[in-house]
Design a protein around this ligand. Structure first.
Ligand code: GDP
Length: 466
């Protein structure tokens, strides 16, 4: 998989192209005045190409100097993070000094660049196309984002710039999605094809998302965690940040926070955007490894409030609960015991889920919360050797073997961990179809307890011996 950044001066049509590639009406810019964004990453496709797009658009129509400066900064970051730059110009308007400035930034990065000449269908665009050569970014691809013309040529140019191997390489997001479809306990069991457990890489930032209902305190929590100054907030009204990420460190550990509504500054248009942020929340979950679910502890919660945690587990991510506004609680000990009992009862699929009382406002509990996140992340990445697993299995089979079905004993041959992130195991057994779910659950609970894996989804697949 690869990542594309769409780059260019304001108003050349980046958002329209972005929307075409992402295939949804995601741009929040359209007709809501004053709504701007900085960076967003989205899954996208162009025919058979699958990739991610970083959108740097959105500062159009804003003349504020500091915003322009910020836009340039965001552009530089997007270029640094991408594998390919789609550099867009407006062929109708021709080349401006601003195009030159952006082109220089793109060229200096050394990244492969595809020059896209937008509005090529317009009268007088030939001149612009001709001028575009002068940017030193190679041959411009004539394009019309609005009319969707030039997409096949764009595809060709992307493949040529990246090389086929890179352009058609395995897609991590797709693999992750496929992984999420591997049966959970209680669902149909199907065959995983992974035989390798991906290695845990501590040098990579831990990817975290923060979700929760409006007013649960997400923004306050994020600001408390990473510090207000790290956010791109300014005096301008309505700067939004939908699925963007922010990097920071916690006790020397690199963290990357994917957020949705939480990083958004409050504004008049917020309400209008609330609907979109639900989908963004789901996307943030898919990007994340650990997801912090923020609750307002002053409001009693019901089973349905925990559905988000269930969804996170189903997506193969590890939830951690934060009970916020703890400073307002009168009888904290009693409430905490009650909340923990409730979550374990209602979420058996992630038994031992970490739930931490915090006050985003005073900062109390935040260190414990981050410790819980780091611990959960470690469990989520856990690998257990086949030797240990099978020594354990021997004991299990000796004390509590699978039942006989239709007069025949079910045999379990061996147990291996085939994947991590989250932990996934294959049980090799004589008749996978006949194995009762209750016994599979028994194995999952046993694995969770014996190998100390609280709070993460654990997958067990049954497989007939080859
Ligand atoms: P979001 O919609 O989830 O981002 O929620 P906000 O962060 O905007 O917080 C909603 C309200 O709750 C604001 O008025 C915050 O000041 C308040 N709040 C957030 N965290 C705490 C906390 O730990 N204690 C108290 N007392 N108030 C909080």
């Amino acid at each position: 998989s690869f990542t594309i950044a769409i780059v260019g001066r304001p108003n050349v049509g980046k958002s329209t192209l972005f929307n075409r590639l992402v295939g949804r009406k995601l741009a929040l810019v359209d007709d809501t005045p004053g709504v701007t964004r900085d960076r967003r990453v989205h899954e996208a496709r162009l025919y058979d190409l699958r990739f991610q797009v970083i959108d740097t658009a959105g500062f159009e129509d804003v003349s504020d100097e500091s915003l322009e400066g910020r836009m340039r900064q965001q552009t530089e970051r997007a270029i640094a993070d991408c594998d390919l730059v789609l550099f867009m110009i407006d062929a109708k308007a021709g080349i401006t000094p601003n195009d030159g400035a952006f082109a220089q930034v793109a060229r200096r990065s050394g990244k492969p660049i595809v020059l896209v000449a937008n509005k090529a269908e317009a009268r007088g665009a030939e001149t612009g196309l001709h001028e575009a050569w002068g940017l030193g970014l190679g041959e411009p691809v004539p394009f019309s984002a609005e009319h969707g013309q030039g997409l096949p040529d764009l595809r060709e140019a992307i493949i040529a710039a990246l090389g086929e191997d890179r352009a058609f390489g395995p897609d991590e997001e797709e693999a992750a999605a496929a992984e999420a479809e591997i049966a959970l306990v209680g669902d149909d069991v199907s065959d995983p094809d992974e035989d390798e457990v991906p290695a845990y890489d501590a040098t990579k930032p831990m990817r975290i998302a923060i979700v929760g209902r409006p007013n649960a305190g997400k923004s306050t929590l994020i600001n408390a965690l990473i510090g207000e100054e790290r956010l791109l907030t300014g005096p301008e009204a309505g700067i939004t940040r939908d699925s963007i990420s922010v990097d920071w460190q916690w006790r020397g550990r690199k963290m990357r926070l994917f957020d949705t509504a939480g990083m958004r500054r409050k504004s008049r248009v917020q309400e209008k955007l609330e609907k979109l942020s639900v989908a963004d929340g789901l996307r943030a979950i898919r990007f994340a490894e650990v997801v912090i679910v923020v609750f307002d502890a002053t409001i009693p919660f019901e089973k349905q409030d925990l559905q988000i945690a269930d969804l996170i587990a189903r997506e193969g991510r590890a939830p951690v609960l934060a009970f916020n506004k703890w400073d307002l609680i009168d009888d904290p000990q009693e409430l905490l015991a009650e909340l923990r009992e409730k979550t374990d009862r209602l979420l058996p699929q992630v038994r031992g889920l970490r739930a931490v009382p915090v006050s985003a406002e005073t900062g109390r509990g935040l260190d414990k919360l981050m410790q819980a996140v780091a611990d959960t992340h470690e469990v989520w990445n856990r690998r257990i050797s086949t030797g240990r697993l099978n020594r354990w299995l021997e004991g299990v089979l000796a004390h509590h073997p699978p039942p006989a079905v239709a007069g025949r004993r079910l045999k379990i041959k061996y147990l291996t961990q085939v994947k991590a992130r989250p932990p996934g195991f294959v049980v090799s057994c004589s008749r996978p179809d006949a194995m009762p779910q209750s016994y599979v659950r028994y194995l999952v609970n046993g694995l969770r307890d014996s190998f100390d894996m609280p709070g993460v989804p654990i997958r067990v697949m049954l497989r007939a011996p080859e």
